[in-house]
Design a protein around this ligand. Structure first.
Ligand SMILES: Nc1nc2c(ncn2[C@@H]2O[C@H](COP(=O)(O)OP(=O)(O)O)[C@@H](O)[C@H]2O)c(=O)[nH]1
Ligand SMILES: Nc1ncnc2c1ncn2[C@@H]1O[C@H](COP(=O)(O)OP(=O)(O)O)[C@@H](O)[C@H]1O
Length: 187
């Protein structure tokens, strides 16, 4: 069976990665599978362990790093986030196109290890709109919103490291643009 493609979907917090990803996953022709990350962040009320993330304590996370069990990992605004390696390998072997929805430091690690990965960076129409989206989601405290916006400005400066930069103005348009990119790479 043909091995699947590794797809990195990156971009600042609040740009709409999760929202666009949901649209992409409605399209069966893309043959996508989601890599569930591990994090030490506390779950939000809408999130489920083992679905959105594997929520763990800091010791379990650090142990996982020590075992070499993560494809990449990073610290982001006070918490650890990482991609469990075994699952990604298994899904790729099954021929799935595996989506990693990860931040910039982790994406740069994966680019080094897997230069063939399809790398996509989502940008907001403007920083003002990004701020509206983060605040509109109402999941973070004021301090954390500020830190995430600060981080976003720096992250956006790395966009040229990615093979594709896609603006998330309208969710459906962004989905269509990404679907087209994935299909072009399947050929
Ligand atoms: N490096 C890395 N980043 C991750 C991973 N999982 C999630 N992230 C990123 O960590 C950042 C914070 O995630 P989260 O707290 O869920 O906030 P949200 O993405 O704004 O909803 C986002 O940019 C995520 O894409 C991972 O496994 N590795
Ligand atoms: N194209 C868009 N236009 C307007 N609002 C959007 C768009 N994409 C996402 N949003 C909204 O922005 C907020 C952040 O989106 P989310 O998918 O959680 O971002 P991320 O996963 O990148 O942190 C959510 O409230 C979402 O509904």
């Amino acid at each position: 069976m043909k091995r699947g493609m590794l797809i990195i979907l990156s971009g600042p917090s609040g740009v709409g990665k999760g929202t666009v990803r949901e649209e992409l996953f409605k399209d069966d022709s893309l043959n996508l599978s989601y890599s569930i990350s591990m994090t030490t962040r506390k779950p939000r009320p809408t999130e489920t362990d083992g679905v959105d993330y594997f929520f763990v304590d800091e010791k379990s996370f650090v142990d996982k790093i020590a075992q070499g069990g993560l494809l990449e990992w990073a610290r982001f605004v006070g918490n650890y986030y990482g991609t469990p390696k075994d699952n990604v390998d298994r899904l790729l072997d099954e021929g799935k196109n595996v989506v990693l929805e990860i931040e910039v430091q982790g994406a740069l690690q994966v680019m080094k290890k897997c230069p063939d990965a399809l790398t996509i960076f989502l940008v907001p129409p403007s920083l003002e709109e990004l701020e509206r989206r983060i605040r509109g989601r109402r999941t973070e405290s004021e301090d954390i919103v500020k830190e995430r916006l600060d981080k976003a400005r720096k992250e956006i400066q790395t966009k040229d490291e990615y093979k594709y930069v896609v603006e998330n103005d309208d969710v459906h348009l962004a989905k269509d643009k990404i679907a087209k990119i994935i299909k072009e790479h399947q050929k």
